[in-house]
Design a protein around this ligand. Structure first.
Ligand SMILES: Cc1cc2nc3c(=O)[nH]c(=O)nc-3n(C[C@H](O)[C@H](O)[C@H](O)COP(=O)(O)O)c2cc1C
Length: 289
């Protein structure tokens, strides 16, 4: 089966599968392994304090893969700076990083967590793609107005910055399909072939995986972290509250997608077998198609 969508056409990837941005573990080896398996690997800029470190990491990805890959800029919302929480950087402090990445030939960029208009304009001036990630349709609409090439919408069942007005992945995708005119990338709580196919059927042009790829061999998460996700009972009251109840403001290291993580497998096994082969099997055996 040819997995061709608007996002695979834009990015030249084999499957409509995108790696989430990851604080701490979104580094070169993980990024390159994801791209080598046919998805779009994402290097997360927040993990590098200096331009030198960042440039070295870009070169490392280039040595490890010749497939397409991208870079994420997670923008610190001003409120987090005021509260003294160190969530990353503001837009201006990323511009130098962005210029280096463009000079190094990177063609795909994702932004997240806050308005990224200035960065987006620079990305598009350089004729690169700009995908922005947000958690509400309202923010998605303003990003569309700002000219983004695609939107990643994260559902409430996913990991990441929570918003009190966030909806589930199902509501996000079906409504986004009606209200937006740009390609949508689904994220939040997706960890198996059924979720992947469901998201595509609801109108997504690709799926972004976070939690589900932490317990893979190439992920840079510790063994303890990988095993914790595999053992996580997603029906446990405390875990459920942590994921769904914004007011608790607990830090999240996994989402409802943890329910699909059964053992540590390679990224290639995850993408090619757990997602693609299984999806093809489901389509083949589907009684109503
Ligand atoms: C440990 C961890 C760290 C993350 N760090 C970031 C980050 O720095 N920036 C960002 O935009 N998203 C971050 N995310 C969110 C992912 O990129 C992705 O949007 C999310 O994990 C999708 O939901 P899922 O976990 O249910 O698949 C992180 C997710 C996890 C699990």
């Amino acid at each position: 089966m040819k997995w061709q969508t608007k996002i695979t056409e834009m990015t030249n990837i084999e499957y409509p599968i995108i790696m989430g941005a990851f604080a701490i573990i979104g580094k070169a080896e993980f990024t390159a392994a994801f791209s080598n398996a046919g998805g779009l690997g994402i290097l997360t800029a927040i993990n590098f304090k200096t331009i030198e470190e960042f440039t070295e990491e870009i070169k490392k990805v280039k040595e490890l893969t010749n497939k397409p890959w991208g870079i994420n800029f997670t923008i610190s919302p001003p409120i987090s700076n005021k509260q003294g929480k160190n969530l990353g950087r503001d837009e201006d402090s990323y511009l130098q990083f962005l210029n280096i990445a463009i000079d190094e030939g990177v063609k795909i960029f994702t932004t997240s967590a806050y308005n990224a208009k200035k960065i987006g304009e620079r990305i598009q001036d350089a004729e690169c793609y700009w995908f922005h990630k947000c958690s509400t349709i309202k923010h998605a609409k303003s990003a569309e107005k700002a000219g983004v090439d695609a939107i990643t919408l994260v559902g409430l069942e996913g990991t990441g910055f929570k918003n009190p007005y966030q909806n589930t992945t199902l509501v996000n995708l079906t409504m986004a399909k009606k209200l937006l005119n740009i390609p949508i990338i689904a994220a939040g709580g997706i960890g198996d072939a059924r979720g992947f196919l469901g998201a595509l059927f609801m109108g997504a042009e690709a799926v972004c995986f976070g939690t589900a790829i932490i317990p893979t061999k190439e992920s840079l998460a510790s063994d303890y972290w990988k095993k914790k996700i595999i053992r996580q009972n997603i029906f446990d009251d405390k875990f459920h509250k942590k994921v769904f109840h914004y007011a608790l403001k607990e830090s999240l290291d996994a989402s409802m997608a943890a329910g699909h993580c059964e053992k540590i497998i390679s990224i290639e096994d995850f993408i090619k077998n757990s997602i693609i082969e299984q999806s093809e099997e489901i389509i083949k055996n589907c009684s109503f198609l």
